[in-house]
Design a protein around this ligand. Structure first.
Ligand SMILES: Cc1cc2nc3c(=O)[nH]c(=O)nc-3n(C[C@H](O)[C@H](O)[C@H](O)COP(=O)(O)OP(=O)(O)OC[C@H]3O[C@@H](n4cnc5c(N)ncnc54)[C@H](O)[C@@H]3O)c2cc1C
Length: 489
């Protein structure tokens, strides 16, 4: 239904101002389209996961090797060859494009380079970059934001898109219905709409419906990513793909006061802290190597990489030595919404969080179990087994090799852990033109997408691949939306 009145209009309407929104809007603008970006978050909290990411993006060294690697990453969950081809070609052009625009691509210097699956064919194509001399701390995002601000691209903050406006008979997407200051506005898109509004990290219903093995899960990225692009695309007939694939889970603290998760230092695969700790599930038994370095949440099980098992609720059980060893949360800025945007000031001695009830304590394991509603005998047995393993210098159950210290010094402590993730990969299925397609493969006219909303990653994930893909498909979709003829209904 065409609205009687349009409140705003542009050639290309981009929904969501993160990495993909940047690439789509700049690509469309530089081809001559007038662009407006609708952004749900207020200014300062925009930028989505891109703003708080570790800031790396992929630029592959060879399109042919990249195609081989992507096919290997997808494994049995194959992606159409035409998509693989476009991804591979565009992924090797990210640096050239950014440099041409005035960015400063710099290759990560730290070792190892970060090839996530070096055993897979084609993995030698992986090269990770960031913008400028400094890595982390939103630096790549700042470059993206600057490149948008240098252009006459209007950004409407606090203007969440709510629905797509579709022509009744031609099914073309004519614009977007959005919300602004509590009222509905109709934004006309003369050429096309590009959805770049991220995944469903903060939508518990979609998490329950689509993600394997998690009854709930929380995000370490933008809380504004609530699956809106999925809802809008479904309403106009889109197909979905990769809904079960996500960059998680890990185990983290989630408290009602803060929308995003706190990663706990003792669980950081790289950190060695004094004191004993284990993680148990609702049966008060351990279920994994607590220090295992997952591949974005996946662990090897019988020759396959599968999401880590997270029997909720989970509890980090630890002793007074660890409690006294310094803050259990690393508030250092670098990446993550909690660190970069919320900036929660965790106490140096963990006492403030103890007082808030985020950390629980009891003089004995039995009393701690009662506080947590766990079976006391089972918890005592788990701790005794762990302490015996530490005495023998070997984790007999899970081969953990780090922090082999007994949970020995009273009082004892617990933190409830929840599954946490960086981002989801699923969303509306797109084709090699960046168009959102229907279950029969036909494109929904004038509707495009880019970024993690309907990402290409179907199974395994190579770190920096998401922002790399934002740039690659942002360009593809921005270009093709800009090239659409103006509609005349
Ligand atoms: C801690 C962390 C570290 C990471 N590190 C890396 C890394 O180093 N390299 C890498 O490649 N990937 C990394 N990732 C993943 C990566 O950040 C994301 O997958 C990628 O940035 C997604 O970009 P996007 O543009 O698709 O979405 P986002 O950057 O999330 O942007 C989506 C935008 O859409 C807005 N929005 C949502 N709904 C609406 C609506 N209805 N209307 C209007 N706007 C809306 C949001 O507010 C947001 O601004 C990391 C993620 C996290 C959380």
């Amino acid at each position: 239904m065409i609205p009687g009145k349009w409140d705003a209009e542009a050639g290309v309407v981009v929904v969501g101002f993160g990495g993909a929104g940047f690439a789509a809007s700049v690509a469309a603008h530089d081809l001559g389209a007038e662009v407006v970006i609708l952004e749900k978050a207020p200014q300062g909290r925009h930028g989505g996961n891109t703003r708080v990411a570790a800031q790396g993006y992929l630029n592959t060294s060879s399109a042919d090797r990249a195609a081989i690697y992507l096919n290997a990453l997808c494994g049995p969950y194959t992606v159409p060859e035409a998509m693989v081809r476009v991804w591979s070609e565009e992924m090797s052009l990210n640096n050239d494009w950014l440099a041409e625009l005035g960015g400063d691509p710099q290759e990560h210097q730290h070792q190892p380079v970060g090839i996530e699956f070096p055993e897979l064919p084609g993995s030698d194509c992986v090269h990770k970059f960031h913008d400028g001399p400094h890595y982390g701390n939103s630096k790549t995002w700042e470059c993206f934001e600057r490149l948008v601000s240098e252009r006459p691209i209007e950004i409407l903050y606090e203007t969440p898109a709510r629905a797509l406006i579709q022509h009744d008979t031609t099914k073309e997407i004519l614009g977007v219905r959005a919300e602004q200051d509590g009222r509905t506005i109709n934004v006309k898109a003369r050429r096309g709409v590009v959805l770049t509004c991220g995944g469903f990290e903060n939508n518990q219903q979609m998490i329950r419906d689509y993600l394997p093995g998690v009854p709930y899960c929380y995000t370490s990225g933008s809380p504004y990513n609530e699956g809106d692009g999925i809802t809008m695309a479904l309403s106009v007939g889109a197909d979905l793909w990769h809904m079960n694939n996500y960059a998680g889970p890990t185990m983290a603290l989630k408290v009602p006061e803060v929308k995003t998760t706190f990663s706990m230092k003792p669980l950081n695969p790289g950190s060695e802290l004094p004191g004993g700790m284990i993680v148990v599930g609702p049966d008060a038994r351990r279920f994994a190597d607590e220090k295992f370095h997952t591949r974005h949440g996946k662990i090897p099980i019988n020759g396959r990489w599968l999401p880590m098992i997270v029997p909720c609720p989970m509890f980090l059980i630890f002793d007074h030595t660890l409690f006294s060893a310094g803050p259990l949360y690393d508030k250092k800025r670098g990446s993550g919404w909690t660190q970069m945007v919320e900036r929660y000031d965790w106490s140096t001695d963990n006492r403030a969080e103890l007082a808030k009830g985020w950390i629980k304590t009891a003089p004995s394991l039995g009393k701690l179990a009662a506080l947590l509603d766990l079976d006391a005998t089972a918890l005592e047995t788990s701790v005794t087994q762990w302490n015996n393993d530490c005495a023998e210098g070997r984790d007999a159950r899970f081969d953990r090799t780090m922090m082999l210290d007994p949970v020995a010094s009273a009082p004892f402590y617990a933190i409830e852990l929840s599954p946490s993730m960086l981002n989801t990969q699923g969303g509306p299925r797109r084709n090699e033109m960046g168009q959102i397609i229907r279950p029969d493969g036909s494109p929904i006219p004038r509707l495009y997408s880019a970024g993690e909303l309907g990402s290409i990653y179907s199974y395994l994930y190579q770190g920096t691949g998401n922002i790399g893909e934002c740039l690659a498909f942002g360009r593809v979709s921005g270009r093709n939306a800009a090239a659409e003829p103006t509609w005349k209904c």
